[in-house]
Design a protein around this ligand. Structure first.
Ligand code: FAD
Length: 345
């Protein structure tokens, strides 16, 4: 019996020390890197521990994965059992209950639709799918103009009604199909940063599919240095270097997700006001805002509005926006006043 107890004690001690070492091993100042795939793209986290922080890397990883899976299962149009897909299948005139989290993101999207006068519009999903940028069809063909017109005239954020308690949605047109691709990735970045904060982590960079949030500092008292991608399709290059302290940043562009037909580029950003992919010279827009959800949606809104109206909109609303505009064989850059403080000095 004594021998058994002694063996048990040794086992507990070993298990305890493994657990302790697992936690202890991350208390040095080396950055912790976490990465994976979610929402049809990848994510990367960089965490800089402080000398007194005790981070259980495995547990943190599990919490982040669970959080991202949860958002994906609520807000994806790529999953048939998500909140969104259940609503999208429902016919007009019926209230559909949704999670309070999905409601929160949809409500935020509706506010940006109002602010941008419909340039940003989450009800654009059927047009996104028609142009081949959704979950079902691959983008290669230009759709029939009559079908575009028919869909365009039957969508719109005003055709979507929200009920706060219990959270529910109702569509006033059969063609309303919600697509949160231009806002939910940003929301997911915000949600992951909350997980980090609940774990008392102060210095971090979270990136999901190009949408980024930073807090605190990289190394000792150095700000996070983030590159804005050059809007070229042939390589991954940095156009501009930004110094971020605590900030959220998102970029929308026409250079990754598009198809070409008869020498013309058709991008995945759709102008809900005419039903066609944007056709101006704006190649990418980067927005810095308080939340990544807001930055994500505003970047798409500005991408739709284009270089002139978009920049005016940014100035009118004190939005920190950086635009890369096609000019001849190269690019021109333009920034709003609120963006200037983020450039490398
Ligand atoms: P952004 O500029 O941020 O958004 C562009 C997208 O927004 C378009 O592709 C379109 O869907 C939509 N949009 C276009 N015009 C407008 C407009 N005027 N107003 C509002 N929205 C507009 N992709 C996969 O391939 N597989 C997956 O399993 C998958 N799952 C996903 C799950 C979730 C929860 C989300 C949010 C996205 C998922 N995606 C998936 C989509 C993929 O990540 C998208 O490519 C991405 O969200 C688009 O982001 P972006 O930064 O490239 O473009």
């Amino acid at each position: 019996m004594k021998r058994r107890l002694a063996v048990l004690f040794v086992l507990i001690a070993v298990a305890g020390s493994i657990f302790y070492l697992n936690k202890f091993s991350t208390t040095d100042n080396h950055p912790i890197l976490i990465s994976g795939n979610t929402m049809g793209t990848s994510y990367h986290l960089k965490i800089v521990p402080t000398p007194d922080s005790l981070i259980d890397r495995q547990q943190l990883n599990a919490q982040i994965t669970a959080r991202l899976d949860d958002i994906d299962h609520k807000m994806s149009t790529y999953k048939t059992d998500s909140d969104l897909s259940r609503f999208n299948r429902q016919s007009a005139g019926n209230w559909v209950n949704i999670s309070s989290e999905t409601y929160f993101v949809i409500q935020a999207g509706q506010k940006i639709s109002q602010l941008s006068d419909g340039a940003f519009d989450i009800t654009v999903g059927k047009l996104v799918n028609l142009w081949g940028f959704g979950p079902t069809i691959n983008a290669t063909l230009v759709p029939d103009p009559a079908t575009i017109q028919q869909l365009q005239s039957n969508i719109g954020y005003q055709k979507l009604e929200l009920q706060e308690q219990p959270p529910a949605l109702l569509k006033h047109s059969e063609q309303v199909y919600i697509d949160l691709s231009a806002i939910a990735k940003g929301y997911a970045v915000d949600a992951v940063t909350l997980v980090l904060e609940q774990n008392n982590i102060d210095n971090y960079m979270v990136e999901i599919g190009g949408e980024i949030r930073t807090h605190g500092h990289k190394n000792v008292n150095q700000p996070w240095i983030i590159g804005v991608e050059s809007p070229v399709t042939t390589e991954r290059a940095v156009q501009k270097v930004l110094h971020l302290g605590t900030a959220a940043m998102a970029t929308s562009g026409d250079y990754r997700n598009y198809f070409e037909h008869e020498g013309k580029r058709f991008s995945h950003t759709i102008d809900p006001r005419n039903g066609y992919p944007i056709g101006h010279k704006l190649a990418s827009v980067t927005v810095i805002a308080d939340s990544c959800m807001e930055a994500d949606a505003l970047a798409t809104a500005l991408m739709v509005l284009g270089p002139e109206r978009g920049m005016q909109f940014a100035e009118d609303n004190t939005i920190a926006a950086f635009m890369i505009i096609k000019q001849g064989n190269g690019f021109a850059e333009r920034q709003s006043h609120a963006f200037a403080p983020f450039f490398q000095r």
